[in-house]
Design a protein around this ligand. Structure first.
Ligand SMILES: Cc1cc2nc3c(=O)[nH]c(=O)nc-3n(C[C@H](O)[C@H](O)[C@H](O)COP(=O)(O)OP(=O)(O)OC[C@H]3O[C@@H](n4cnc5c(N)ncnc54)[C@H](O)[C@@H]3O)c2cc1C
Length: 327
């Protein structure tokens, strides 16, 4: 006999949506989150504004009222926190799941605080915990970060922002407006095509007028205490530098996925194997939900299009359960 019908790993927006759906359909469940509620959103830049409008971030049809059409980070924290507390969802915070093993029909789940058994497990652990490293000398210096928080920190500093995506462009513009001397280092010939259309003209004008210095077709060769060495089409470039924001993207914890038995595609995309109609993986009773489903294609899934995973999974668990009872 298991402790519960379903254990949900990850208390992000999609893990919470799975908990809500399980509760609504009368399944016994528990959400286990290694940080605070919606930990990834908590670690987003303090002034971050979602590119989705609030209704597209809603879960379980619970209205998300925000000041502007596109909500800010703190509004989203409030929204998801209130869903957890007002629905009295069963959630353990600051507890990390470290292992999941199937034995017969049951899953033995271990965390850094307890052991559980469950008939089904949903892995909704996102992709924000592991940055794509540049693997260059000096990347572990204290002046380097893969996470951007607050522009004030970089005021009057020489800041290099590595990357061409929304995160890099938002950070570069915000820090420049707070008085940082910003240099943008971009591997390709231009600013990323997926940069929000309402932000794109801003960064292109700042680069053109010289307010933000940009190096295209360039990569970081080495990071030193007070310098940054770039590999550019004109050869090595040495820049005076105080801080480096390496906003080079993030990736799911593939090691964890493989350790628990989930197959990944044998190509750079590392797509996890699952049935798109039920979200069940190659391990029966083990499901994936949320942005983790995209493997290295982290732009493919977001809250807007992955919140449906909750209903697909719970429906399948209920059907399997019914079939088990009638057989
Ligand atoms: C800067 C930025 C802007 C974005 N803007 C938008 C937008 O406008 N619209 C949109 O739809 N999406 C947007 N996204 C994408 C989307 O918001 C996120 O990816 C969202 O967080 C996905 O929800 P999730 O529940 O799948 O994953 P996450 O929110 O990442 O949640 C996963 C949770 O699992 C926890 N966890 C991980 N490992 C363990 C473990 N072993 N044990 C216990 N807990 C664990 C993590 O702490 C985390 O809280 C944005 C993403 C970023 C980075």
């Amino acid at each position: 006999m298991s402790d519960m019908d379903v254990l949900i790993v990850g208390g992000g927006p999609i893990g919470i949506a799975c908990g809500l759906e399980a509760k609504k359909k009368g399944l016994s469940y528990l959400i286990v989150e290694k940080g605070p509620i919606v930990n990834s959103l908590f670690n987003y830049p303090v002034n971050m504004q979602f590119f989705s409008s609030s209704e597209r971030l809603e879960i379980a049809d619970i209205p998300f009222i925000s000041k502007e059409a596109k909500p800010k980070r703190n509004e989203a924290l409030e929204y998801y926190r209130r869903i957890v507390t007002s629905n009295k969802l069963k959630i353990h915070l600051f507890e990390k799941i470290t292992g999941i093993r199937k034995e017969g029909d049951l899953f033995l789940v271990t965390s850094d605080k307890a052991n559980y058994t469950a008939s089904n497990v949903i892995v909704a652990t996102g992709f924000y915990d592991l940055p794509n490293r540049m693997d260059v000398p000096g990347e572990d210096l204290p002046k380097v970060s893969h996470y951007y928080k607050d522009p004030h920190f970089y005021a009057s500093q020489k800041l290099a922002v590595i990357g061409a995506s929304n995160s890099a462009v938002d950070a570069a513009l915000e820090c420049w407006r707070k008085g940082a001397e910003v240099t943008l280092v971009i591997r390709g010939p231009q600013v990323g095509e997926r940069v929000k259309y309402w932000v794109r003209p801003d960064i292109l004008n700042r680069i053109e007028e010289g307010s933000i210095k940009a190096y295209f077709n360039s990569t970081v060769k080495e990071i030193r205490e007070n310098q940054l060495i770039l590999d550019s089409p004109e050869g090595d470039v040495s820049l005076d530098n105080d801080f480096v924001l390496a906003l080079t993207g993030y990736m799911p914890n593939f090691e964890f996925l493989q350790k628990i038995g989930i197959h990944l595609s044998d190509d750079p995309k590392k797509l996890p194997e699952y049935n798109p109609d039920t979200m069940e993986t190659n391990v029966e009773g083990l499901y994936l939900a949320g942005v983790i489903c995209g493997g290295m294609e982290t732009h493919k899934w977001f809250i807007e299009n992955s919140r449906v995973h909750a209903t697909l999974i719970v429906e399948n668990i209920l059907e399997t359960k019914k079939a088990g009872i009638s057989s």
